[in-house]
Design a protein around this ligand. Structure first.
Ligand SMILES: Nc1ncnc2c1ncn2[C@@H]1O[C@H](COP(=O)(O)OP(=O)(O)OP(=O)(O)O)[C@@H](O)[C@H]1O
Ligand SMILES: [Mg+2]
Length: 254
């Protein structure tokens, strides 16, 4: 596999407080990486840096072989192909599910996008495919405001899929979901693999167990541990700072 994303000694200081310190992260193309860690560990800040919302104090971010450090959020989203779903809602409430997807279809005439946007019909076909993938085909004519919390989250994931980004970043996609919605979200994210690389911040350890390949643990702005899920769940340092506080304990490799 090829490396798609690398951060080199990435650090950010907010008024004397180092929210991230020397984070060296490497994500391979097609990988699903999960980032976990206690509240305030720096997970969202790391996503803010990768997507250009916050500028690093020191360090570099390389995506697809290009240095993207300091680029503007729209350049990172549209030109580099990094799509992000935020923790809060981001939908057009009084538009249908289908129209929300059509509005998210890329307008830039770059090579990657022309395929989907060459004609309105192509965008509609793409939206139809995405509606089925996110399980909302039957609700395509419902207004976003009429959807359940879980369905709204899926619609937002669908809006990202419309843009066909190379990297999809999801910040706590299952927050507030029922156990069944969480399980379905895990299945949806696993289906994204192959055509996308996914970086997901999560607290729900059941969900992490369902989807995780490699897990990165952030603690106080630093990478505390990184590796396969089983290794992370059996790491006493991770148990100390995170898993026990989640009430999940550390699983033994039975
Ligand atoms: N713009 C900012 N200015 C000052 N401090 C900030 C800023 N953004 C984040 N921080 C601080 O950086 C630390 C990391 O915050 P961050 O939101 O990245 O944590 P997190 O790991 O995403 O936590 P959670 O699990 O609660 O979402 C926190 O102490 C936060 O208060
Ligand atoms: Mg956060």
């Amino acid at each position: 596999m090829n490396e798609i994303l690398r951060t080199e000694n990435l650090s950010v200081c907010f008024n004397g407080f180092w929210a991230l310190r020397n984070v060296n992260l490497s994500v391979q193309e097609g990988e699903l990486r999960v980032v976990i860690g206690p509240n305030g560990a720096g997970k969202t800040t790391l996503m803010d840096l990768i997507t250009g919302r916050t500028k690093p104090t020191t360090g570099r971010i390389v995506f697809g072989g290009c240095d993207i450090t300091g680029k503007k959020p729209y350049e990172i989203a549209s030109l580099c192909g990094i799509g992000r779903k935020f923790q809060g809602p981001n939908l057009f409430e009084n538009m249908t599910s289908a129209d929300n997807l059509l509005l998210a279809a890329p307008r830039l005439n770059t090579v990657a996008r022309t395929f989907f946007r060459s004609t309105p019909r192509a965008a509609q076909e793409r939206a139809g495919k995405v509606l089925r993938e996110i399980g909302l085909w039957e609700k395509r004519d419902k207004m976003a405001c009429e959807l359940s919390h879980g369905e709204r989250q899926w619609l937002e994931i669908g809006m990202l899929m419309m843009q066909a980004p190379r990297l999809i970043i999801l910040d706590e996609p299952t927050a507030g979901m029922t156990a069944e919605e969480t399980r379905l979200t895990g299945e949806m994210i696993q289906k994204l693999l192959g055509s996308h690389t996914v970086l997901v911040v999560e607290h729900d350890m059941e969900f992490v167990r369902q989807v995780a390949q490699t897990v990165t643990v952030l603690h106080m702005g630093r990478i505390l541990a990184e590796g396969p899920l089983e290794q992370i769940e059996n790491d006493p340092r991770v148990a100390q700072v995170y898993l026990k506080s989640q009430g999940k304990g550390v699983r033994t490799s039975a």
